[in-house]
Design a protein around this ligand. Sequence first.
Ligand code: NDP
Ligand code: 2IT
Length: 448
Amino acid sequence: MKNQYVIKTFEDIKNQHPDQKEYLQAVYEVLSTLEPVVEANEKIEKYSILERIIEPERQIIFRVPWVDDKGKVRVNRGYRVQFNSAIGPYKGGLRFHPTVNLSIIKFLGFEQIFKNSLTGLPMGGGKGGSDFDPKGKSDDEIMRFCQSFMTELSKHIGPNTDVPAGDIGVGGREIGYLFGQYKRLQNEFTGVLTGKGLSFGGSLARTEATGYGLCYITEEMLKVMKNDSFKNKKVIISGSGNVALYAAEKVTQLGGTVIAMSDSSGYIYDEKGIDVQLMKELKEVKRQRISVYADIVKTASFHDDFRSIWTIPCQIALPCATQNELDEESAKTLIKNGVIAVAEGANMPSTPEAVEAFQKAKVLFAPAKAANAGGVAVSGLEMCQNSQRFSWTFQDVDEKLKDIMINIFHNAYDNAEKYGYKDNLVAGANIAGFLKVCDAMLSQGITY
Ligand code: NDP
Ligand code: 2IT
């Protein structure tokens, strides 16, 4: 970084939160790409837009007591970080995973501001979750946890205030329990959560949206920047949750072959291509570990180190598991093995060193804020349908999703070029997302 205002803003936040490494990583990446925007508009410094945008408007941390199946009382910690409401109600997922802490929720909430802005829909940024581990819990335990979590969260959210959704460990089952409890507490049937079941206000194509959207933007990036496509490409997808499964389904439909997928216990490899229907059945319905796939499919092999998935040669890599899962060494191996494109389905899956390696090697790189925005975009469309008390067809929603993803690509691509970062979609996405939020903050005066 060169700009004194940007440097000082980052130094100050680093001194305040030296232990929040994921949050600082996300802030550094954004601030370091905004320098030409800051230099082109003196109001950004005068009105302290950067200091304001990196500080959440509100952070809520709460106790979540619940009773397990043995009758023992357990306690977890709940979070909701309401980061920025300049362009719409706070919007963003809830993550249930034992690693959840304030730094992780703040990094996710911060990124969500720019991602939501890129969708073109009126949604602010927020994120929440808990260090609760859903693995190995019974449905009743999940329900009791969700009810206790919502009992507190319900005081802080609402269809025009803050609209949570899913993320790691929070899917359709959890959203159902959370919605039921909110409705009971508020005596109100509203679109306060997205990712709901289809029988109670959910949108068609929300389940598919993040993975499909990731493939739509990747296809556009390949077409515009390399005159290429998914056809006949070997593709590696890390993770095997919501994002990974529907990315695998769309890659296959677009003519690519998914040769490896993973979960936290390891990865499976099958050069003939993964049977996505079977994988969905094992992961979504039966909640099995990924090694079971290799027990059933004889051409597939299981390897117990999930990080080594990146050592398999492929042309396209789609990290769809979690933050910092793809490091510099993995990036260099992918490059050596001939990768042509990387698109982030997960949030911040590539370390800063990995991103730099891809960019230096001229590998096409679609950053998370742009590449996985399809999920929250269809959440925005779900809010729209709930307000209209109407539901659109799968095809309607899927077409809108595709248009949104293509627009995001061009918005990021064009802004990269305009601000001197040609072909750098990391910078382009940050700038495009920032410009709208900055304009809204300047127009609304000194509020937050
Ligand atoms: P799921 O809970 O459905 O799946 C998560 C997958 O990632 C699982 O395969 C899980 O393996 C693996 N995983 C999670 N944490 C770790 C870890 N610490 N180490 C190794 N593997 C891990 O979550 P989603 O698919 O919804 O989310 C995946 C990523 O996509 C996250 O980064 C999320 O923030 C992002 N995202 C999700 C969106 C959505 O709409 N759901 C929208 C945009 C981004 P295991 O089961 O073994 O834990
Ligand atoms: O990271 C994300 O964008 C999500 N987990 C989806 C958020 C949403 O509100 O649908």
